[in-house]
Write a protein that binds this ligand. Structure first.
Ligand code: UDP
Ligand code: MG
Length: 318
């Protein structure tokens, strides 16, 4: 639980924005945030992470930094590293008592920020924005994401709510825990879910993207989905072994029938030589697949070792 701060210093919220080609959205986002924070009893810092944009985003960012040096900080990547890296960098640099990640394209409406903060003040250590309708998405994206969520829910041990977005607020303790995670191929959302902590949800509707294009097209999303599935589950690796086991049982049964038919009592099948050979080959294929599945277990161990995640995460200790 977050303990309310009784010091006179107003609590600070860090707002992390990953930016890839958002030149037109940056000033709008700033306006939106400034309006939201003006009546609130909090200070805020705005971390603009320019993820190797090819338009004039960086100029828009530095202009804001120059005009509001107390609130705006720009982190400029040397090239495009992807949203996950940009958000991570923002979390690493943030100094606030809570850190809020928000998309630059205004699809995460700043007007909901006060709800996030209220939820946080009421003890939510991770406040997750859940998108209730995504009218602008194509049916393929919708069905894809539904399928993906049910798949990941079945395969991995981290529970992920469908519609949960990257629009989320983390308490300082969670951010510090997040910083311990060192794995390279990452999906920020999944890692935050893995960390645990008290979670609360804020529901919002995503408006259409105002300017620019969504950088995550269909294939990029598929790639991200596969990547996070692999990062969160070892199940795909083990499938080969299961298939092998199935094939081997089948081949053994068939082989027994063949043996019985040929050498003990004829059942009338009269299997040909090539049929027997085919069964032997099937048996061997099953054996090889089982060995692959076994290997998968070992690779799985190596995989979890190299992910190098902390063994446990402590919320608080005396
Ligand atoms: N983004 C980024 N690096 C990238 C792609 C996207 O920092 O390589 C940012 C982008 O500027 C936006 C957020 O990530 O602030 C979400 O991107 P987008 O709107 O393209 O994704 P979607 O809304 O489709 O999830
Ligand atoms: Mg978007």
């Amino acid at each position: 639980m977050t303990t309310p701060s009784y010091s006179t210093r107003p609590r600070c919220i860090s707002v992390v924005v990953p930016i890839y080609n958002e030149e037109k959205n940056i000033p709008l986002l700033y306006e939106g945030l400034a309006q939201v924070f003006a009546p609130l009893p909090y200070t805020y810092e705005l971390l603009l992470v320019n993820d190797g944009s090819t338009d004039h985003s960086i100029e828009a960012c530095t202009a804001l930094e120059t005009s509001h040096p107390d609130t705006v900080r720009v982190i400029d990547f040397s090239r495009n590293f992807g949203k996950e890296a940009a958000t991570t960098a923002g979390f690493h640099e943030a100094r606030g008592d809570a850190v809020l990640a928000i998309d630059a394209d205004l699809q995460h409406p700043p007007t909901h920020i006060s709800e996030f903060i209220t939820a946080w003040e009421h003890g939510g250590e991770v406040v997750i924005g859940v998108r209730v309708n995504n009218a602008s998405d194509s049916w393929i994206k919708k069905t894809g994401s539904r399928l993906y969520y049910s798949l990941i829910a079945r395969m991995s041990h981290t529970e992920i709510l469908p519609g949960a977005t990257d629009f989320r607020l983390l308490d300082r303790t969670v951010v510090d825990a997040f910083k311990q995670l060192t794995e390279r191929s990452r999906m920020t959302r999944g890692l935050i879910d893995w960390l645990g902590y008290h979670r609360t949800y804020v529901y919002f509707t995503a408006p259409e993207r105002l300017h620019g294009e969504a950088a995550y097209g269909f294939w990029k999303l598929v790639k991200l989905a596969i990547e996070s599935l692999i990062a969160h589950s070892l199940f795909p690796l083990r499938i080969a072994g299961y298939i092998g086991g199935f094939i081997m049982v089948f081949a053994t049964a068939l082989g027994s029938v063949m043996f019985y038919d040929r050498y003990i009592t004829s059942l009338g099948f009269d299997f040909s030589g090539p049929a027997i050979l085919a069964d032997i080959l099937l048996f061997m294929a099953g054996l090889v697949l089982i060995c692959l599945g076994l290997l998968a277990y070992y690779i799985g161990h190596i995989h979890t070792e190299t992910q190098n995640r902390p063994l446990y995460v402590i919320r608080k200790k005396k």
